[in-house]
Design a binder for this molecule. Structure first.
Ligand SMILES: [Zn+2]
Length: 382
């Protein structure tokens, strides 16, 4: 363990976030700012009762009416994960929407993810639009992030997803994006030092310029200026998060998916990608001391889906068992076309952060402040 534990290690008394998030602050009762932000800014504006239901119905009617003469009335990405799978179920079965469903194949789909995507698409009688990322380019970009030594190794996958989403929305002239993001399981956000913005083009370009060895000719790009400003305000594309307007219990949702579709649960959030599993379950906690389970469990604690005791108990065990971690380490290296000793070299290299490369953090912060001021965003990622 290189990061994490220290003499002043302190855990929130209400959730399981701790000083591995270096910007965390605690009040007199030892309750962290994630918790306090949730109680004072998020929870009061979060309506999962009839009020939320009515608001959502209004939005759905608008989506349907607006999409009447179009091939699709909305668009959504399908990773095969629980949130997107449940949202797809709701969109088609409950709301009667006609989404364009796309999947980005970055080369890391777990077999389970492929199974889960297929059973749902089949049973719902939909077409799946799959964007396959050129593997040579993907591999080179992922290696560039390893070489850069930053924690946010998932940006090549995340960015491709976001770019593909907006490219499809733009191409098919779709006005509504369904997003599985939700307060219920994600009210605590990953700190910026753990997972930096995937759409910061300055950062992405700087890392590409320094470490990529081949030109990225087909990899999909989308800058935040394009999709948060141009596509949103000029083209009028809206993002809707249906799961925020109703009670969303992850366990119950997974049970329903399993019963209706034969969908099989993953051992941990984001484990639908074998790369993300390795990255969040091994690399991030071992190299940097950042354990994303703390964020996920804390969200579930705040929304009453997990006890703090249970979370603390689970955190005692590594996300990926040690025996398996070795095997995954070898798999990742071989898939990326490098030796395990090269991968080990990146692991042992100095830890860097987004601040070590060009970035547009100030622009992102200003944008977030404006959105919060306008009431469009309740809480700020920090
Ligand atoms: Zn807390």
């Amino acid at each position: 363990m290189k990061g994490g534990e220290s003499l002043t290690h302190k855990v929130c008394t209400n959730c399981v976030m701790d000083t591995s998030d270096s910007k965390i602050t605690f009040d007199d009762n030892g309750v962290c700012d994630h918790c306090n932000d949730f109680y004072s800014n998020v929870q009061p504006n979060w309506h999962t009762d009839q009020k939320g239901r009515d608001q959502l119905l209004e939005i759905i009617n608008k989506i349907k009416k607006d999409g009447e003469n179009r091939d699709f009335d909305c668009i959504m990405g399908m990773s095969g994960g629980a949130d997107s799978s449940y949202m797809l179920h709701l969109a088609v079965k409950e709301f009667g929407l006609r989404p364009l469903v796309f999947h980005v194949d970055g080369g890391w789909n777990s077999e389970l993810a492929v199974h889960n995507i297929n059973v749902m698409i089949d049973k719902l009688g939909l077409d799946l639009y799959t964007e396959v990322i050129n593997w040579e380019e993907m591999k080179d970009l992922q290696l560039a992030f390893f070489k850069a030594g930053v924690p946010h190794l998932d940006i090549p996958q995340d960015h491709a997803f976001i770019a593909t989403l907006y490219n499809f929305a733009d191409k098919y002239n779709i006005k509504y994006i369904l997003n599985g993001g939700n307060i219920s399981t994600e009210c605590v956000r990953n700190p910026m030092e753990w997972l930096y913005y995937g759409t910061d083009m300055a950062q992405l370009k700087d890392i590409i310029r320094r470490y990529c060895t081949i030109p990225l000719k087909t990899y999909p790009f989308s800058s935040v200026l394009r999709h948060k400003f141009y596509l949103k305000f000029i083209r009028g594309i809206h993002v809707v998060k249906p799961l925020n307007y109703m009670p969303y219990n992850k366990e119950a949702a997974m049970e329903l998916l399993n019963k209706e579709y034969g969908w099989v649960p993953y051992p941990q959030k984001h484990f639908e990608s074998r790369f993300t599993r390795f990255f969040e379950g091994y690399w991030l906690p071992k190299k940097f001391g950042f354990d994303t389970r703390k964020v996920q469990f804390s969200s579930l604690i705040l929304t009453g889906q997990m006890t703090r005791e249970n979370a603390l108990e689970k955190l005692k065990e590594p996300a990926i068992p040690i025996e398996e971690a070795q095997h995954e380490f070898e798999y990742i290296a071989s898939k990326l076309g490098i030796t395990t000793s090269e991968l080990q070299m990146y692991f042992d290299a100095a830890n860097k952060s987004y601040k070590d490369y060009r970035n547009s953090e100030s622009m992102f912060k200003m944008g977030a402040k404006i959105l919060k001021y306008l009431g469009l965003e309740k809480s700020i990622k920090r």
